[in-house]
Design a protein around this ligand. Structure first.
Ligand SMILES: [Cu+2]
Length: 469
């Protein structure tokens, strides 16, 4: 039976309506829930945030070629916004609280859809101090090779944890600061609190525990793997204010990627990892037994870690205190790194100076002398090769992170390198690091220190393209 003209019109109208609205109504492929939970750390209950899938597992693992099509549901009981650290979406999906990209209200949700880059990434709240309360999770994006390889994947995510609230920790820093209690100043005063190695301050906060996959060494995460099996450790430093040394103990491995980006392999058994950085290490268990993979806090004896053990192997206790304090995390690994996929050779169009400084008496941290939310905005143009020349005039090191772009390290303390491509680089006390990137992602982008307490007290600026709406 032939349809009437009226039926055809209705059909056409319905089709047109459906075509106009399906994106708004379609459920994204994955659900991510920002929520709260209780965690037991060294016998004490701690209330923390979490970013979990419907199965309760933290974070997201994407298959090769899969889009980041995610609905974030905020069940955390507080406003939030989550940043996909190291990913390169358009700026409005980046998860930074710009006026144009407001917080997700408690009970609300927000949809994301972009093509991710492959490798080891992570996600964390970019609102207030929620990151310190573990609103963080892994974001692993497989490529065809990593999915097909006969390699066991092990994610190790690090955290620092205090039984105090992050607001108390911040208040202690801003109220107790001053030349008599904290000696950090350009005149070279002695540090009288925190940790000090050769005059430089290493840590702002004394934590109660350090976690690997949310557990301490008193009750560590044990991963079983056969002797001889290739293992890819994907280490994520999700700590708010702690740099670590990864210590493979009897094992040796090769660093094969940093911040998700492949590097020429660097063999070793000790590797530094600054706040927010990631490190992929390929290794094998040589024979039956149990093998701790430890992360020791710079300047301290405190450590955390996971245990790799062959099936049936007895897992012995590992102390959460090392015999000696670890040195400061430095650029010893950075100088050895070389990108497997470097930026195309091309002259730099513009070099932006970036001075890192602080006033410990007031506990404020600055970039180019400016304190967020009143930054010295760095203007760049689409199509440029942009370099940032970072010089640290302060007595603490700063892990500097650029949103929306991956940069290559070009010089370390004035020595040229064909360094790693990454998204977060440590600029040590009185040090200088030159990086460059392609200005290929127009928008408003945060550039900031990833020490949460430095960020919260001003060490943030904006890299901006003109004419963005
Ligand atoms: Cu900093």
């Amino acid at each position: 039976m032939k349809p009437t003209r009226r039926e055809i019109l209705i059909g056409t109208a319905t089709t047109a309506m459906l075509a106009a609205i399906p994106r708004a109504r379609a459920q994204p492929a994955r659900l991510l829930i920002a929520t709260t939970r209780s965690l037991e750390v060294n016998g004490k209950a701690v209330t923390a945030f979490a970013l979990v899938g419907p199965d309760g597992q933290p974070g997201i693992t994407l298959a090769p070629g899969e889009r980041f099509a995610v609905r974030l549901e905020n069940q955390a009981g507080a406003p939030t916004i989550v940043h996909w650290h190291g990913q390169l979406p358009d700026w409005k999906q980046d998860g930074f609280p710009w006026p144009e990209t407001p917080l997700i209200a408690a009970g609300g949700n927000h949809d994301y859809d972009y093509m991710p880059i492959t490798g080891t990434y992570w996600m964390h709240s970019h609102h207030e101090l929620q990151e310190q309360q573990l609103m963080t999770a892994p974001l692993i994006v497989h490529d065809q090779a990593s999915a097909a390889a006969d390699v066991q994947e092990v994610v190790m995510m690090l955290h620092d944890l205090s039984f105090k609230s992050p607001d108390e920790l911040l208040a202690a820093l801003t109220h107790n600061s001053g030349p008599m209690t904290r000696g950090m100043n350009m005149a070279g005063g002695m540090s009288m609190s925190g940790t000090s190695v050769s005059g430089a301050d290493l840590s702002d906060v004394d934590y109660d525990a350090y976690l690997a996959n949310e557990r301490t060494l008193a009750d560590p995460h044990v991963v079983r793997a056969a002797a001889g099996q290739s293992i890819r450790l994907r280490i994520i430093n999700g700590a708010s204010s702690t740099n670590f040394w990864i210590d493979l103990g009897q094992l040796s491995g090769s660093a094969i990627a940093v911040d998700g980006h492949a590097v020429m392999p660097v063999a070793g058994s000790k590797f530094p990892i600054a706040m927010a950085q990631r490190l992929d290490i390929l290794l094998r268990l040589p024979s039956a037994g149990s093998y701790p993979v430890l992360a020791q806090v710079e300047g301290k004896t405190d450590r955390t870690g996971i245990i790799l053990a062959t099936p049936g192997a007895k897992v012995g206790g590992v102390s959460a205190q090392a015999a000696t304090a670890a040195p400061a995390v430095d650029l010893s690994l950075e100088t050895k790194l070389s990108a497997a996929n470097p930026l195309a050779a091309r002259p730099v169009d513009v070099t932006l100076p970036l001075t890192l400084d602080g006033n410990m008496a007031k506990y404020v941290w600055s970039l180019n002398g400016k304190i967020w939310p009143n930054p010295d905005v760095l203007m760049i143009k689409h199509g440029q090769r942009v370099a940032i020349d970072m010089v640290n005039h302060s007595m603490m090191s700063h892990p500097i992170h650029l949103h929306g772009h991956a940069f290559q390290v070009l010089a370390i303390n004035d020595r040229k390198v064909h360094g790693a491509v990454r998204d977060t680089v440590l600029v040590p006390t009185m040090g200088r690091v030159l990086v460059a990137f392609n200005a290929d992602n127009p928008g408003r982008w945060a550039l900031h220190c990833h020490n949460l307490y430095h960020m919260a007290t001003g060490m943030v600026t904006e890299v901006r393209y003109p004419g963005i709406v």
